[in-house]
Design a protein around this ligand. Structure first.
Ligand SMILES: O=C(O)CCC(=O)C(=O)O
Ligand SMILES: [Fe+2]
Length: 290
């Protein structure tokens, strides 16, 4: 039996058919994917990110005071794909996540891309984040919006209600405009390390209050349409000198591949010297990296 309900959240094993996960996402707006990655992958990522976590300042100044409150008492490591090769190759292009992107984002783009990949180590004492929809960053896209985003938080330690497991509001992707969640409706995405809460950009959620004693480490990973401006500047976060060493699929997901919508009556986006940067990588660009 691969499907168990947690509160109102479905929990599906990562080796279940992707269609089951898509169905749950469409039903509830969020689903727990159990054992998305192995303990070995979790350990490797934790080791690779540790030097960056060690120097991350939980009081860092963010672009805007609103965001400051949002990420209080949190060690933040951004641009993870450029810092953890294991994250880039084992998580960012995980076949299940790619299959979900194909279903959710595929209909509205010629290719999807990484939106952001941040490690969020929420510290004991952190309060509830304000409940939000991740796709609010693209609020200027007129209604009715297509699906703009597939998002996830991947647990790098066990997530419990006490240590601030991500709270989600099942069904909120279908709420009428203007409805805002109350804390009583929240479901904690309790899950072991290596599992993920996957949700739509329109689903309300947020990091939960942390009343435990150990940092709660997770990765906020999301994807968006290949023609939409990404939250994180992934070309700077993972510059060509780093990206050229990654497998082609990583380069594509990082946004280096042209978005070729010619067959759908569109055009090319993301060219360099009228060429596809992926081809340039294959020809040894940028030369200084070899
Ligand atoms: O850390 C979490 O559990 C959620 C983080 C989140 O929702 C965000 O940063 O947008
Ligand atoms: Fe969020």
């Amino acid at each position: 039996m691969s499907r168990i309900r947690v509160g109102r959240l479905q929990r599906i094993e990562a080796d279940a058919p992707a269609g089951q996960v898509v169905d749950a996402l469409r039903q509830d707006g969020a689903v727990i994917v159990h054992d998305l990655v192995s303990p070995e992958v979790v350990a490797a990522i934790n080791a690779e990110v540790q030097p960056f976590v060690d120097v991350a300042d939980p009081d860092m100044r963010h672009l805007n005071p609103g965001v400051q409150i949002f990420h209080a008492q949190t060690r933040h490591v951004s641009g993870l794909a450029g810092k953890s090769p294991t994250f880039a190759t084992e998580v960012m292009i995980h076949p299940l996540l790619m299959a979900l992107c194909d279903s959710i984002l595929g209909p509205s783009c010629a290719r999807y891309q990484l939106n952001l990949a941040h490690l969020l180590e929420r510290l004991p004492g952190a309060g509830d984040q304000f409940w939000h929809q991740d796709e609010i960053v693209w609020n200027l896209v007129p209604e009715p919006k297509p699906e703009l985003q597939l998002a996830s938080v991947i647990a790098l330690v066990d997530f419990t209600a006490d240590n601030g497991a991500t709270r989600v509001f099942p069904g909120s992707h279908q709420w009428e405009a203007g409805r805002y969640p109350t804390g009583a409706e929240a479901v904690a995405a309790e899950m072991p390390a290596g599992s993920a809460i996957v949700y739509l950009g329109s689903t309300f959620h947020g990091g939960g209050a942390h009343s435990g004693s150990q940092p709660r480490r997770g990765v906020h990973l999301s994807y968006t349409l290949g023609w939409l401006r990404t939250e994180e500047n992934n070309y700077l976060a993972v510059p060509p000198e780093v990206a050229c060493r990654l497998p082609r699929q990583c380069q594509e997901v990082l946004g280096y591949a042209v978005h070729d919508a010619i067959e759908r009556g569109g055009g090319y986006l993301g060219m360099l010297e009228l060429r596809d940067p992926i081809e340039l990588f294959q020809e040894g660009w940028p030369g200084s990296a070899s």
